[in-house]
Design a protein around this ligand. Structure first.
Ligand code: PHE
Length: 339
């Protein structure tokens, strides 16, 4: 039996040399170690070995098994390495990596995110509303009379159903107050608004607004001024000059437009309009009150301020962009400057 084991070992050592594939290696394994393999068959003969020889033959048996298992492991590793080498043949790992272009936010998104972050710090939460609206949320509840020019078909996109594309994000003021559970209400509503307009460098049919609304028991004009001054100083720097110019909006009283002083190199400084704002008109609270079953927005108990910013305008000022259309043309030469 010892001879038989020795010849199995030397056969295996010779045979392994010509094994050059995974399938022939598997055949090799089955030939020696398989259920009906040579070594297995020989091992079965241990039963008949005389007691005094068992130790020696057992040792030899183990030695041969270990040798063959070792041969298989080594060959497996060699075959794997050959496979890997083939896969990377022709690739030079010392070459520098190809650079991946890195994405960045659109300049409008960047400005919108900054605006939202800044107001978030003051406790304003984000509110949303649909872009396809009804006349109630866009005009009636906002104290805008039937004959107001903004309601004109020339200025607003109407659907046959009577619905419309919201002309401002002030619609979200109404929706928020209609659904509010408690006071205070302190929200910002970023989103798109739409107006029929001739498209040129400063006019577009769709633009990005950010609405703000704060309603509580006692809100003053000082709160409005403080909030917006903080906001514009955060965005454009502490030295930015602002002016609150009396204006008219149907849904605020008093109302203001906010102008910012712009210093352009080579030109004399000028004021440019960047936002509308005011104290919520009691007529708006009256409209909300009429829709609700409680007195949460009873006009003689609450007060508030609202504002609306044009995000496009803010981004144009910040980067000195002369033409609104650049934002929507998707020209990478333009966009890459903000990456
Ligand atoms: N909705 C107004 C506009 O689009 C802006 C505004 C919002 C004014 C809130 C006052 C209060 O022009």
């Amino acid at each position: 039996m010892l001879d038989e084991l020795s010849s199995i070992q030397s056969d295996a050592l010779a045979a392994i040399e010509s094994i050059d594939s995974e399938s022939s290696l598997e055949e090799f394994r089955i030939h020696y170690l398989g259920k009906k393999g040579r070594l297995t068959a020989t091992a079965a003969g241990m039963r008949d070995v005389a007691k005094e020889d068992k130790r020696e033959i057992g040792q030899k048996l183990n030695e041969v098994r270990t040798t063959i298992t070792g041969l298989i492991d080594t060959r497996t590793a060699q075959l794997d390495a050959q496979k890997d080498a083939k896969a990377v043949a022709g690739i030079d790992p010392t070459l520098p990596a190809r650079s991946l272009p890195q994405g960045a936010g659109h300049p409008l998104s960047q400005m919108l995110n900054r605006a939202v972050d800044t107001l978030h710090q003051l406790g304003f939460a984000i509110a949303e509303g649909p872009e396809i609206e009804d006349e109630w949320h866009c005009f009636d509840a906002l104290n805008t009379p039937e004959d107001h020019p903004a309601r004109n078909e020339k200025d607003t996109f109407y659907f046959d159903s009577g619905k419309l594309l919201r002309t401002h994000t002030s619609t979200v003021q109404v929706r928020t107050m209609e659904g509010a559970k408690t006071l205070p209400v302190r929200i910002i509503a970023p989103g798109s608004a739409f107006r029929r307009d001739e498209i040129d460098a400063t006019h577009s049919i769709s633009f990005t607004q950010l609405e703000g609304l704060y309603v509580a028991e006692e809100v003053s004009l000082a709160d409005l001024k403080g909030t917006l001054e903080y906001f514009f100083h955060s965005i454009f720097g502490k030295d930015t000059e602002l002016r609150f110019r009396p204006h008219f909006f149907p849904f605020t009283e008093p109302s203001f437009e906010i102008d910012i002083k712009l210093h352009t190199a080579g030109k004399s400084a000028r004021w440019i309009e960047i936002a509308g704002c005011g104290m919520v008109d009691p007529a708006v609270f009256e409209a909300i009150h009429s829709q609700r079953k409680d007195d949460l927005f009873s006009p003689d108990q609450v007060s508030g301020f609202a504002f609306g910013l044009g995000i496009d305008r803010l981004a144009m000022i910040q980067h000195g962009i002369p033409d609104l259309r650049l934002f929507s043309e998707n020209d990478l030469r333009f966009l890459n400057q903000f990456a």
